[in-house]
Design a protein around this ligand. Sequence first.
Ligand SMILES: NC(=O)c1ccc[n+]([C@@H]2O[C@H](COP(=O)([O-])OP(=O)(O)OC[C@H]3O[C@@H](n4cnc5c(N)ncnc54)[C@H](OP(=O)(O)O)[C@@H]3O)[C@@H](O)[C@H]2O)c1
Length: 321
Amino acid sequence: MRNTSIPQTDLTPSAICLGSSHFGNGIAPADAYALLDMYVTCGGNFIDTAAVYANWLPGEKNSSEKTIGRWLARTGKREKLFIGTKGAHPDLATMHISRMSPREIVDDLNSSLGNLQTDWIDLYWLHRDDPARPVAEIIDTLHAQVVAGKIRYFGCSNWRVDRIAEAQTYAGAKGITGFVANQMRWSLAAMDPKTESDPTTVAMDGESYAYHRQSGLAAIPYSSQAGGYFQKMAERREVRPAQQKSYGSPGNARRLARVQQLAQETGLSVSQIVLAYLTSQLFPTIPIVGCRTVAQVEESMQAGDVQLTNAQVVWLAGESA
Ligand SMILES: NC(=O)c1ccc[n+]([C@@H]2O[C@H](COP(=O)([O-])OP(=O)(O)OC[C@H]3O[C@@H](n4cnc5c(N)ncnc54)[C@H](OP(=O)(O)O)[C@@H]3O)[C@@H](O)[C@H]2O)c1
């Protein structure tokens, strides 16, 4: 498993990050432990969670962070891993009311430290943005947490590129490290934006892509396998109607044909090509995979050593719709 350096940091996580949005409630703790164990066995060392994960499911609050915290305590692996978690997410019942005051950011962070049973977070993410709030206040709040030793670095998730640029300019002028990574929805299978039910999420688009190319800011995309859409289509397995609606475009059918052609020519699996499309970008890109079974972890992790050429990456994406 290759490691990837995140610019402006001493973080060198594995090429594939493990997501955990259902840990504890949707995925029972014992099953989540098995996924984590397999991920580490396959050479993974970068775990993505959030305070809000699995709170939409019946069961324990903050169950993803707490499950990971218990697993870290059981295994004693904290020092060997990079942990990213996110806060400042709106309450799920009031998604239109942002929670990004300095107090809310700091309270969320303190709560996450307790849930994860750790003294520090390697990469702390703002889960959403509040464009009405000045970037200066947000960056100053996060930088103070770095100085306090609670977080090593911070990043943004679901931020528009103009706001990211504004925040980075502010941090640069102050001589401090701003966002070291950006977490957005991005996969080789393009999603029909009309099917996104949460308007507060942000996907990779041409403008953000150009920004990453020019700035070298690391991208840590979620839904990187489009819920396994290409894998399932290639194996003629059942695809959920909602997934078909989101990804069943003619453009994706052509991309799948190219994935299958490349798979035949190279002997790589569909999973390896889908994820290597991201890990082989011209700026540091570490896809987050959301696996439900140990076999899926094993399969997705096989992409960690694959390097596609830039010509292959460009050819795979083809047209943009
Ligand atoms: N920052 C944000 O706002 C945000 C938003 C969403 C997610 N995330 C993070 O990103 C993580 C991943 O997101 P995601 O769950 O949407 O990612 P994903 O990897 O695109 O989708 C996960 C689904 O893909 C299928 N799958 C996984 N590995 C597979 C394989 N090797 N072969 C075939 N199918 C496979 C499984 O579907 P089946 O269950 O149908 O088998 C699995 O449930 C989350 O856990 C979370 O940590 C962040």
